[in-house]
Design a protein around this ligand. Sequence first.
Ligand code: GLU
Length: 305
Amino acid sequence: MNKILERIIIDNKELTKKGKVADYIPALSKANPEDLGVCIIDMNNNIYTAGDYDKKFTIQSISKTVALMLAIMDNGEEKVFSKVGMEPTGDAFNSIYKLETGDISKPLNPMINAGAIAVSSLIKGGSSEERFERLLSLFRKISSNDNLKVNEEVYLSEKRTGNKNRAMGYLLKDMGVLEGDVEETLDVYFRQCSIEVDCIDIANIGLFLANSGTILKTGENIVSEHVAKIVKTFMVTCGMYNSSGEFAIRVGIPAKSGVGGGIMGAVPRRMGIGVYGPALDERGNSVAGYGVLRDLSRELNLSIF
Ligand code: GLU
């Protein structure tokens, strides 16, 4: 398996030149656009790696999957989906305009920024610190990594420049979707996006979802199979921004990408996958990471369809 991964990394390395590192969050622009790494963890807990699998990056939008789980654990499905919908948008991940048209009463899904901010507002705790600490504990548990922490530079950079997210937070408050203090919710959101991970960490989270909400190593059940299914379904329909339809056809793996360059994959009952390549295509997906997953899917027959 390591040989296959190494070859796939070599085959896709050229693609890194076709993308651009995200720079709308200034601290992200420091990543090396040529980095490319992959990790697979299978149902026997075998770990296979290649390339820059141990480089650290911020989890960004991939965090939306875990925040959604905690919000459902805290509030139940009915309450969460009274605040956020289940439909793909076809718009950019940070699009604000549908919120303002008056046609919708809540963000369309929890994988776009507006929906994710609504979800973060539902995480329980007495303060933003406590709410974030609860979320971080869940990340540590399901990634089997007690050392996960926030990259302070990225967090401060997002907090300083995240004006569009801030605008969406206040709009959501105005719509009656977001309860509580907007700035505190945004603080939880900016911190969750700034958690630093590597390919092994996100492969472990993918494995947890592939294993229906139970940590494979310990056998500890964290969420019901039903909740794990909800998350994986959102990954299929909305996980790759507005390339999700094309990705489902070409790759067929439930996956969630982030503008830090990571993509987390969860192949039900087979494996978790973590890919990192910070050069992004125009829709915000790792351009070479997409190629790695496409090749892996073909080679190992991973499409769920
Ligand atoms: N922190 C990023 C933002 O809010 C996350 C976006 C992403 O990874 O899609 O813009």
